[in-house]
Write a protein that binds this ligand. Sequence first.
Ligand code: GLN
Length: 471
Amino acid sequence: MLRAKQVSAREVAQAHLDRIRHEDEKYGCFLTVDEPRTLAEADHAQELLDRGEAGPLTGIPIAIKDNISTKGLRTTCASRILENYVPPFDATVMQQISSQGLVTLGKTNLDEFAMGTSCENSAFKPSRNPWDTSRSPGGSSGGSAAAVAAELAPLSLGSDTGGSIRMPASLCGIVGYKPTYGRVSRYGLVAFGSSLDQIGPFARNVEDCALLAEAISGHDHRDSTSLQDAKIKVGGLKSGRLNGLKFALPKEMFEGALEPGVRQIMEETVATLTREGVQFTEISIPEIGLGVTTYYIIAPAEASSNLARFDGVRYGPREESQGHIGVVAATRGRLFGHEVKARIMIGTYALSAGYYDAFYLKAQKVRAKMAAKFEQAFQDFDAVLTPASPVVAFKLGELSDDPLQLKLLDFCTIPANMGGFPGISLNAGFSDGLPVGVQLLAPVMGDEKLLQMAYSVERALPDAIRRPNMP
Ligand code: GLN
């Protein structure tokens, strides 16, 4: 419609801003919206459209997780310690989306510093699941996921360190994709676990998700872990077929912890895809059982180092106290939330002299072993299929007093971060009216084929694209 001039970019932006203004009270997706700025971006997009310089996403609105730096627009990481922080620079992904004429609607809620699985660790407010607003949208990118599901934005960006894109996508019934580590620049993403963090897209279908992945990917000299052939090219998205594909089912992802409703949808998905000609084989990767333990050493260790910069001197607010150490202690003690402080302490301990070998180094060895086992599986199979989350959306408050239980929910998504390989979650069906996501995993740099397979799987699953009941 934009290209045919049936609507202007400004009208599209205004329609979304109006919807956010009227509906977001129910969902709590946005932390910051700057309407004049959004409309100015829309006018810039219109110029690109009028000059015939439009790309595939020019004029399309997008919501941005609030741990991605936006020049001149508050970036809080949902933390009191960054409550008033306005970055003086744009993340590389922001430069890419603005040069391609996407229109930023605002910044979305998350668990503080992306540490969490429910979006309840935000210092400001929880976000809510559009399928049932008494439930969590998942986390940590809960605001970005819920915004897309609630049709407040057609696209959004999240970040995924241990599952924070794929897990909320599963709970909100949309598509969430973590690209291969190094294909999307991390420059300007506020670092959590630097060896695990990756920015990626949310969308309502695989095609939109692929277009956004193409838009944000590419080599970046400002990110030392950026890959040379980073651009994700999605021209072949629709030319795949399911018939003849070989998928592995790691039995450790289907044991015990799965909710019965999730297990049933997974069984139905396997049956449907088998009818389409996919061959399934059960495999075993025992290291999956060590994933949560290993991740919750490595991620806090890296976080404890990354978060040392928030000292009350360089960013955001400061708590006054006696002397330098007093100021740092008061600032960090009062302005970091409980989960963030717990992780800084765990991580500092795991890295300290005498414990480094026993914890961090050992965790890195388990990580390498797990990655090697998956690499082996990818030599024998086109993809590994798993649930994206062992549970459907849970009630807000239900697990907030049980951090261990919340962390155990991450076992399906952690391996992709450990091995740096790509993973995508798309909706496979419903359990008692709540969405259940299926995850496909593929080898490092296998993103194009992964998206192609996900596109074909989406065509085969009757419930893949559905909207919640809402105005
Ligand atoms: N739930 C995981 C955690 O709390 C993953 C977070 C993420 O991917 N950012 O660390």
